[in-house]
Design a protein around this ligand. Structure first.
Ligand code: ADP
Length: 382
């Protein structure tokens, strides 16, 4: 999805693709096939690049170190990327910086699990610090027996350094803030958005997050820019957070945030920016990794609503276009060229407009985006 702004700026993109049918390989002419853990394939490809960047976090640190030693310019650098690859490293660093996180600990034994549970209470959220542990990255555990299978994996793979345990946060909603930062240190933040989740999947993004306390928006924006600066992030980064309610000493309540996780790449919570912002996250990412001056991250209109399209009843989605486009000329439909599988994120639909502060106009936009996504999924047929 970096290709359209790269074309506009006459930049040449090359992708090391996992297969010939990968979405990026379908639109980027120079897309050799190779695996992201294959150092020879990466070296052969990277030697033609001025700058190398990522669309996922799974390139191992030793592979990144070898490329850096070859003189390949990596953005973000391996030293920054580790905080998006390893949730324990991220928790340690953010806590040291004084940024608000859920209460957490590293655990290797049943005794350590019990000690943490005695402090924060059950349930606990158990996480594999590094991704892809048999598809079991996160689990809410209600009792010690549920943590046991995790403990038996400690020392291997994604659990090499132990488990990440967190308190189960009683959050009001999930928010995300995206920032872009260049090697020169210029940084820019988009408005804070609400990410609506259903069954653990992000289904909608509302920009800006409706009804957000302006003080919280400011502290979150400052926090995200600070993380980007302290960690030396280059390119775009999403900071996913929980909004929580805190009771002050006077008994009054205020909204606050706790950081959940970091993603150092264009992110689903920033897809709304393609249509809804003066500078999309993809254009900003290109500008940032090339150390060009950053673009304006302002929203184009009062509200933007984006609904994710998940794989549903149709094997082929083009057949839905005629009805959708005729019904609502304001829709911006984006499909990623992925094969349809139930539940897989295949695209998104964005609508923007409305009057600032008028929640009814947001609801109307949201309904239009939701309807279009449901139609593409076969949930509604008219
Ligand atoms: P992933 O890396 O798979 O995206 P996350 O750490 O973002 O995993 O967790 C996925 C979801 O689980 C979050 O979006 C949130 O809904 C829930 N979750 C994660 N951590 C906590 C927590 N400490 N308390 C409550 N819910 C959590």
């Amino acid at each position: 999805m970096c290709q359209p702004p790269a074309v506009a700026l006459s930049l040449t993109v090359s992708v090391l693709a996992e297969s010939e049918s990968a979405s990026a390989a379908l639109v980027v002419p120079h897309s050799p096939v190779g695996h992201h853990t294959d150092l020879d394939a990466l070296r052969a490809w990277a030697q033609h690049c001025d700058v190398v960047t990522f669309d996922h976090e799974h390139v191992p640190q030793e592979v990144l170190a070898a490329l850096a030693a070859d003189g390949v310019e990596l953005h973000p650098s391996p030293d920054a990327l580790v905080y998006a690859q390893d949730k324990l490293a991220m928790r340690e660093r953010l806590t040291a910086l004084g940024l608000p996180c859920p209460r957490w600990t590293r655990a290797r034994t049943a005794e350590e699990v019990e000690a943490f549970a005695a402090e924060v209470g059950w349930p606990l959220v158990v996480k594999a610090p590094r991704g892809g542990y048999d598809g079991k990255g996160v689990q809410v555990c209600r009792e010690p027996a549920e943590v046991e299978p995790w403990l038996s994996g400690v020392g291997e793979g994604g659990l090499a350094d132990g488990l990440l345990l967190e308190e189960a946060v009683d959050f009001t909603r999930e928010l995300s803030i995206m920032v872009g930062r260049s090697p020169s240190g210029q940084a820019a933040a988009w408005p804070v958005v609400e990410t609506v989740q259903e069954g653990g999947i992000n289904t909608e993004v509302l920009a800006p997050a409706p009804g957000l306390d302006p003080d919280l928006a400011t502290s979150l924006t400052e926090g995200a820019l600070r993380i980007a600066g302290e960690l030396g992030v280059t390119g775009v980064m999403a900071v996913e957070v929980f909004e929580v309610t805190r009771v002050g000493p006077d008994g009054g309540t205020r909204a606050a945030y706790l950081v959940n996780e970091l993603a150092m790449r264009p992110h689903n919570s920033g897809h709304w920016t393609i249509d809804g912002s003066v500078t999309s996250q993809f254009e900003q990412h290109l500008r940032a990794v090339l150390d060009l001056p950053l673009g304006d991250p302002s929203a184009r209109d009062a509200w933007t609503a984006s609904a994710n399209v998940l794989g549903g009843d149709y094997a082929e989605l083009y057949g839905t276009y005629k009805h959708l486009m005729a019904r609502d000329p304001g829709l911006k439909i984006h499909l990623y060229g992925k094969g349809v599988r139930p539940g897989r994120k295949l695209g998104h639909v964005t609508v923007y407009g409305g009057r600032s502060g008028d929640l009814h106009s947001l609801e109307a936009l949201r309904e239009r985006a939701r309807h279009a996504a449901d139609y593409l999924q076969g949930v509604v047929t008219e």
